[in-house]
Design a protein around this ligand. Structure first.
Ligand SMILES: *Cc1c(COP(=O)(O)O)cnc(C)c1O
Length: 346
């Protein structure tokens, strides 16, 4: 097959902003060192683009969720710097950990047993302090099995770091209560939003994810964090509607007057969900309203404000995450991880 022609969707990654965001979060982490959550293909932005930037900025501890994510990240950093948050579910995964020297996060007594039975080795330990997702219970910390683990980092995860609620202090107190009960080298509690909660939450290692990629979940981060992801889509066709013409499935938009519109190569299969309806795309600061429903591969925009645009021209998706989240009612996490495989990441 010949080389593919370039796609009509591109996702520009501002590498400088990404490096800046890691350094800003590392500085905000005070005496603690910032790691980097790079799970889900760096929140959808691309491991091959983002991990080298994070590594060169200074990150030395990387977090993925699945064992299948290790290989891609390991092309750019030593495997021993990669931690797998889901831990070993099966003996195959435990063997894979030993064979690669990627470090499992042990999340339950069952996982501790599985890990030790296969020979053990360096691991991290997740303790549940209230989120009730993964992690051993505080009441399980005294189990002899846990004492046998060779624990690098003792971890817990905050449920509400993006809010000012008593649960943050409660989880912090619970984590502090556990620290004296188990041998370990380092401690880690804070995700992106948790870093902004202050020095008590930093311990030795922080685990930012969302804010590396431009997410802002607390006002303290607004001044520090820059937008990283800039999706763009090409105009496939320009058409002229007559007054009374309708646009798209179920004819939900009717033209009040004759108007020029653009059919754009962007749809819900690309992660541009129907919740964007009523929003807009942009061209050089001008707002181009979305007309009708979002289709699988297309949307239609009003070109009244940009009469010079023609087929093949590129439009920007307004992807400043706090605003886009408000527009769509999607979370900032969802907005990033939805971005589909048809985007050329560049
Ligand atoms: C995803 C994840 C993070 C990163 O969280 P953000 O809110 O994206 O900063 C940190 N720790 C754990 C355990 C995670 O699962």
């Amino acid at each position: 097959m010949p080389d593919k022609p370039p796609p009509t969707l591109r996702l520009k990654i501002d590498r400088e902003a990404l490096g800046h965001n890691w350094r800003a979060l590392d500085t905000l982490s005070g005496k603690a060192e910032a790691g980097a959550a790079v799970k889900a293909d760096c929140y959808g932005l691309g491991v091959d683009t983002c991990v080298p930037v994070l590594r060169d900025a200074g990150a030395q501890q990387f977090f993925v969720a699945h064992w299948g994510e290790v290989e891609d990240v390991a092309r750019h950093v030593p495997t021993s710097q990669i931690a797998v948050l889901h831990g070993p579910l099966t003996s195959e995964e435990a063997s894979y950990a030993r064979a690669t020297s990627a470090v499992p996060v042990i999340d339950s007594l069952r996982q501790a047993r599985l890990w030790l039975e296969g020979g053990g080795g360096l691991c991290h330990l997740m303790v549940d302090t209230g989120i009730n997702r993964l992690g051993i219970g505080i009441d399980e910390i005294g189990e002899p099995l846990i004492a046998e683990l060779n624990i690098d980092c003792l971890m817990s995860h905050l449920a509400c770091a993006d809010e000012d609620v008593p649960m943050n202090a409660a989880q912090l107190a619970a984590f502090n209560g556990v620290i004296g009960q188990i041998k370990h080298r380092r401690r880690s509690l804070a995700n992106s939003a948790g870093i902004a909660l202050g020095g008590n939450y930093h311990f030795d290692l922080t685990r930012p994810g969302l804010s590396l990629y431009g997410g802002i979940q607390r006002s303290e981060l607004a001044e520090l964090i820059r937008q990283v992801a800039y999706p763009e889509a090409a105009i496939l066709q320009v058409r002229v509607l007559k007054a009374g013409d309708t646009v798209g499935y179920n004819a939900t938009f009717t033209a009040a007057k004759d108007m020029r519109v653009g059919v754009v190569s962007l749809g819900y299969a690309d992660g541009f969900l129907r919740s964007w309806a009523g929003g807009h795309l942009q061209h050089e600061g001008r707002t181009l309203s979305l007309l009708g429903k979002v289709s699988m591969d297309m949307v239609v925009v009003d070109l009244t404000e940009a009469p010079e645009l023609v087929e093949g021209d590129w439009l920007s998706v307004p992807y400043f995450l706090p605003d886009a989240a408000q527009q769509t009612t999607l979370s900032q996490y969802e907005l990033l991880t939805l971005l589909g495989t048809r985007f050329a990441r560049q």
